[in-house]
Design a binder for this molecule. Structure first.
Ligand SMILES: [Zn+2]
Length: 155
């Protein structure tokens, strides 16, 4: 939910999930940080929508398998690596962090589109992993392992 600290949101999601019918899809609006999605899925939430992947993409923040990458940071000025070495999206296969940073610094709209594309791909992959682990019965292990890896809230 938009605006509340994640601990409050998680508590409310937990409470509400106990009274919602289990056979109906459950939708949570405005929940966008990967670690919050993983927690909400554990409480039975099925559907999400949030501006975070594209809003952050437009402003130069990428969600990656190793955490957040702020593309405009000066440390990426000569970095020839992709946004995420573990990602095979169009952006990561074709553009370096340094080039994306250059696009942001010169005001090219393409910069935000490329990072948004990567972020949407990242979320699509995350949801695929979530579904796969639910089917395999390994969601608890996946959740613990993945949430330890992610900390997208830290500025
Ligand atoms: Zn990518």
């Amino acid at each position: 939910m938009i605006g509340e600290p994640s601990a409050v949101t998680n508590e409310i999601v937990h409470e509400v999930s106990q009274v919602l019918p289990a056979e109906k899809p459950r939708y949570l609006m405005g929940c966008g940080f990967p670690e919050d999605i993983i927690e909400a899925v554990a409480h039975g939430i099925d559907l999400f929508d949030c501006v975070l992947p594209t809003r952050n993409g437009r402003t130069g923040t990428a969600f990656t398998s190793r955490g957040k990458v702020i593309v405009k940071a000066s440390r990426y000025a000569t970095d020839r690596a992709p946004l995420d070495r573990n990602c095979d999206c169009y952006t990561c296969r074709n553009f370096s962090r340094a080039y994306l940073r250059h696009l942001f610094n010169t005001g090219e709209a393409l910069a935000g589109r490329l990072v948004s594309f990567h972020n949407l791909y990242f979320y699509t992959q995350l949801m695929s992993e979530i579904r796969m682990n639910i089917r395999k019965g390994t969601y608890a292990e996946f959740s613990a392992r993945t949430r330890r890896r992610f900390d997208f809230r830290t500025p």
